[in-house]
Design a protein around this ligand. Structure first.
Ligand SMILES: Cc1cc2nc3c(=O)[nH]c(=O)nc-3n(C[C@H](O)[C@H](O)[C@H](O)COP(=O)(O)OP(=O)(O)OC[C@H]3O[C@@H](n4cnc5c(N)ncnc54)[C@H](O)[C@@H]3O)c2cc1C
Length: 395
């Protein structure tokens, strides 16, 4: 049976439920879940939320706190600028996500009561000398957004002083995009999980998937806490996607890229406009740092790197010199080969899907809607094809 027919069958059965039609025979041969999402991070959480909202019987099968989880270590930016160099589709996708944020945040608040504190503030990337400024200028000029309001601009030092009069003497300028903003990504993560469960999704923590077996009508996920059967599966296990992809005919295509973050004491509002390496959270702490390191699966911080991050922050804002730092962490970005999202459906196992991105905060509203509808078999947003395994871009 083709996937299209199968989806039709599921929808017809769902429509017949409650009309007194006896489906016991066909239901008993079906796996317990229509979709199992492997991974309960930001990407898995968003898509699982969307699937459950569509009414699909969905399990979110998650390893838990011992796993490498970018979801708990990111800097919460909803970020448009700099995305899509050499890939206009990614620029457009990111802008769509930024535009969808206000409605999506309101939806989560109404459903779960959790305010994820989305703010579209505009955003900056500081340049500390003329070389950095020129380099950034070239990158920004190379990105063609579809809509003019999503275009980034370069602000010279004089223009930047209007936003932040207290910048250090070294600062040459910054790039600025009005669509950039931020959320509280930990609250976002919580709201997605809560909303998923409110839509009758089943969250299965401490279910690290050890192997995946194909069964009649779907797959069996073998976990340390029992097996889970589902008609379709989505690999959304972050950097662990590479482990299962090949056996399902999917491209692994992700590697860990370490980021390190310094966190200050809670401060009155200093940075209403966030920057790539300086983000003040809604609770007052300032997150410092935006390094990208190839460190394999090593999630430890490194004093030399933390010191250089602190020096750069103080060069940008000298007043930070006296601020107390309260902690630091490192976390692994889920990096695809070309840095763009990777959304796949297997040719050899058409009920198996995979998704990976290092913009898991920014793209949440699209993951919860467009990707969920695609996996449910309801509608394929044409943009999704731009991020398939054959559409890779060279920078
Ligand atoms: C330092 C840093 C800063 C960042 N800043 C931003 C930002 O400002 N804006 C932005 O948009 N993005 C940012 N990101 C990226 C963002 O956090 C990620 O894109 C997002 O978290 C990826 O989500 P994910 O669900 O794919 O992976 P993760 O969040 O890593 O989640 C993977 C999940 O898979 C589960 N898992 C793993 N193996 C298994 C298994 N075998 N069985 C079951 N479950 C398994 C884990 O338990 C985990 O819950 C940042 C990332 C880092 C590291």
């Amino acid at each position: 049976m083709s996937q299209g027919h199968s989806d039709e069958r599921l929808l017809t059965e769902r429509a017949n439920q409650g009309k007194g039609v006896d489906l016991s025979v066909s239901i008993s041969t079906r796996p317990a879940y229509e979709v199992a999402v492997i991974g309960g991070g930001l990407l898995g959480g968003a898509i699982a939320y969307g699937l459950a909202k569509l009414g699909l019987k969905t399990a979110m099968v998650d390893e838990g706190d011992i796993a490498h989880r970018a979801a708990r270590g990111n800097t919460s930016l909803v970020w448009v600028q700099g995305k899509g160099y050499g890939c206009p589709a990614y620029a457009a996708w990111t802008v769509r996500a930024a535009k969808a944020w206000p409605v999506f945040a309101a939806e989560l608040k109404e459903l779960t009561g959790v305010d994820v504190n989305y703010r579209r503030t505009g955003g900056l990337k500081f340049c500390l000398d003329d070389g950095e400024f020129e380099c950034r200028h070239k990158l920004i000029d190379g990105i063609e957004p579809e809509s003019p309001e999503a275009r980034s601009e370069m602000l010279d030092r004089q223009a930047l002083l209007d936003i932040y009069p207290e910048i250090g003497p070294q600062v040459a300028g910054a790039s600025y995009n009005p669509m950039d903003g931020q959320v509280n990504s930990l609250l976002l993560w919580r709201a997605l999980h809560q909303g998923f469960q409110q839509h009758s999704g089943h969250y299965l923590p401490r279910h690290s998937v050890g192997s995946i077996r194909q069964i009649e009508n779907g797959f069996e996920l073998v976990t340390m806490n029992g097996s889970v059967q589902a008609e379709k599966i989505l690999l959304a296990a972050g950097v662990a996607n590479a482990r299962f992809a090949a056996q399902l005919g999917l491209k692994g295509g992700v590697r860990p890229v370490r980021g390190q973050v310094l966190v200050s004491e809670k401060l009155p509002l200093l940075f209403p406009v966030p920057a790539t390496d300086l983000v003040q959270t809604d609770t007052g702490g300032v997150l410092i740092g935006n390094v990208e390191e190839d460190a394999d699966f090593d999630e430890r911080t490194n004093m030399r790197v933390l010191a250089s991050m602190a020096r750069r922050a103080v060069a940008t804002f000298p007043s930070l010199e006296t601020v107390q730092l309260v902690r630091s962490w490192a976390a692994l970005r889920v990096m695809t080969e070309d840095g763009n999202p990777l959304y796949q459906r297997s040719d050899s196992h058409p009920r198996a899907f995979a998704a990976s991105t290092h913009s898991g905060v920014t793209l949440t509203p699209l993951h919860a809607t467009m990707l969920a509808r695609w996996i449910a078999g309801l509608e394929i947003d044409p943009a999704i094809a731009d991020f398939g395994p054959e559409q890779r871009y060279v920078h």
